[in-house]
Design a protein around this ligand. Sequence first.
Ligand code: ZN
Length: 197
Amino acid sequence: MNAPSVLTELLEAAREIVAASDALAAFAPWPDGAEPAARGAAAIPALEEIAELAAPEPVQNAALQDAILRAADAIDWRQTYTEEEVGRHFLDHFGYCELIGPEGHFLSQEYRAFIAYWGEGLHYDWHVHEAEELYFIVSGEAEFFREGEAGQVLRAGDTRLHRPMQPHAMTTGDSPVLAFILWRGSGVAELPRMGRE
Ligand code: ZN
């Protein structure tokens, strides 16, 4: 099975951003040789605004974002949440893809890498998952919340750890945010769920 070349190039751009970030590289070993899955593309309403994202700094973030934009029409974009859970407006400006993982474009049972987009003015309410998670901001900015702590604004190149089952939330302001997200550990094959437990 061969993946579309734009997806192979996206995988390579992801490998390079992980190699360039101490936090990403230390989080989990890169899954060398992850096999491509036979997975078709799926579109989301937010694709139009994703295509218009401004190029971030530093240059390796711009390279990853470029690779995402070039692959956008080949990506199996997902939303997971229902309109009842998050509302129509949220779903019109949100989407993610599983680049690497049990259900990803490239297969791994231990490593999971997502690319996720939220448009401006969205609130991603409290949610939890068992897997440990590291956010890396590719472009834009958002305020991140962990239960019991003050919010923190993250921008391109910043990282953020969420421990297993630690409730977290996020709000975007005047700018969208594009994130590269890694999961590891127990529960890596599951999905987040809304709520605090
Ligand atoms: Zn999370």
